[in-house]
Design a protein. Structure first.
Length: 447
């Protein structure tokens, strides 16, 4: 197994798309002109390049303006920008000595992905929003844009290597480039390892349309043996009732009494988006609510809990994420990516880390800090309460569900004990109903 080679610094002026792919050990195919059919039905890596370098970003102000007009929620550095300000920010990421515009990867058909990107409308979520900055250029076909590609069973891993090769060969950026910006091709806004470009632009895609919930349906659960829903004597004549003809009187039916032993339940079916959200982990509540067009529920936190979340997020993004990325890059140099156990272990760790980052960001977006200044000796969110039960004294800090950790003494306000203690004062006796029966707590102190 041979290590993946990398390009030498300073080669960006002469490093074309084919050279970029070959520098990672891939076999480059192509090129085809922009939007032309691409003869590859397998997964792999593809690169969009210009026929020659451009000293300035060939952006078209009218296209940038239409993109901005379509997106009322688009913000730059937290404020609504003008078309010229947004154009200037996009232009600041341009590489004047490079022909490389964008690099992408897909596990499916490279041809299908290339066609989806070519027909994309900036701001739309479909057919594929990656590389949407390409459509803000002046007539990308007239600029001589073309695609090179390489088939591989490990597209994300090799895309990461291609981006590293581009970074290693990058020349000097424009002086107005934002500080801390990643060294990526102009239209790339993120890496497959999770790092996102520091462009300050948010709301660049239209919001997902609200999904109307399906109507409730009545489900009859019958005992085993009556598969048709009735015994032979109760099935009736077998006559099929058809819909009335136009103008005829409607047919009114009376629900039949369920069979003996049957159980009738009424339940609301969930949308596919809701089901997928529940499988997505901690932030599924907000994603499911967004899919139904409902604002995500706020998360009540104390100031201490909010500080802990900010500290954890800072640790993950500032310390842990670079460490994992470094391990991924080091493991990639050991050889074949498909059979590199160390590499896949590092990628799995990176996946868990990014999931935790997304969960923390979701909580912080929905966080509502509860003001504890109005506390009057009653148990409330953020209170530290000492209780006595069965001769033992226990101390809990009442927190929101997102910050609960019973092992650390943080009790959720939504738990049976936490909910019962809310509003209690020192000396008060509280009975808590649990699956094991009623348990009596006496509040010793509230802080």
């Amino acid at each position: 197994m041979s290590a993946i080679p990398t390009a030498k610094p300073g080669d960006t002026a002469t490093l074309g798309a084919a050279d970029l792919l070959r520098s990672t050990g891939l076999l480059a195919d192509g090129p085809v002109r922009w939007a032309a059919p691409l003869p590859s039905r397998k997964g792999g890596v593809y690169v969009v390049e210009l026929s020659a370098p451009r000293a300035q970003a060939p952006l078209e102000l009218t296209r940038v303006g239409k993109w901005l007009e379509r997106l009322p929620a688009l913000r730059m550095d937290g404020r609504r920008p003008t078309s010229r300000a947004l154009e200037a920010r996009l232009a600041s990421f341009w590489w004047p000595r490079s022909t490389i515009l964008y690099a992408g990867a897909t596990l499916r058909s490279i041809s299908g992905r290339a066609a989806a990107i070519a027909t994309h409308v900036p701001g739309d979520r479909q057919p594929h929003p990656d590389g949407q900055w390409l459509h803000l250029l002046r007539s990308i076909e007239a600029l001589g844009a073309r695609l090179w590609w390489a088939e591989t069973d490990a597209p994300e891993e090799y895309l990461d290597a291609v981006l590293d090769a581009f970074a290693g060969a990058s020349g000097p950026p424009l002086p107005e480039r934002p500080p801390g910006a990643l060294v990526l091709p102009w239209a790339n806004t993120r890496r497959p390892t999770g790092e996102r470009q520091v462009h300050g632009i948010t709301g660049s895609l239209l919001p997902e349309p609200p999904r109307a919930p399906e109507p409730e349906r009545r489900v009859v659960e019958i005992p085993p043996g009556d598969a048709d829903g009735a015994t032979r004597d109760e099935r009736g004549s077998g006559t099929t009732r058809r819909a009335p003809k136009p103008g005829a009187a409607p047919i009114v039916t009376t629900p039949r009494t369920p069979l003996k032993g049957a159980r009738v339940t009424t339940r609301a079916t969930t949308t596919s988006a809701g089901a997928a959200s529940r499988a997505g982990g901690t932030s599924s509540t907000s994603r499911a609510a967004a899919g139904r067009g409902v604002a995500p529920a706020p998360i009540e936190l104390s100031q201490a809990a909010l500080d802990r979340l900010h500290a954890e997020l800072d640790e993950l993004t500032r310390v842990k994420r670079p460490e994992v990325v470094a391990r991924i890059k080091a493991a990639r140099e050991h050889g074949d990516l498909k059979e590199n156990a160390e590499y896949h272990a590092a990628r799995e760790e990176q996946s868990f880390l990014e999931g935790r980052v997304q969960a923390l960001e979701d909580r912080l977006r929905r966080a509502v800090v509860i003001d504890q200044a109005a506390a009057t000796g009653r148990v409330m969110l953020g209170s530290t309460v000492t209780v006595e039960t069965g001769g033992d004294e226990l101390t809990y800090t009442i927190v929101g569900t997102a910050d609960a950790n019973i092992g650390a003494g943080r009790l959720s306000s939504a738990s049976p004990v936490g909910a019962a203690l809310l509003g209690a004062t020192a000396g008060q006796v509280v009975d808590v109903q649990t699956p094991r029966g009623a348990i009596r707590y006496r509040v010793v102190s509230v802080e």
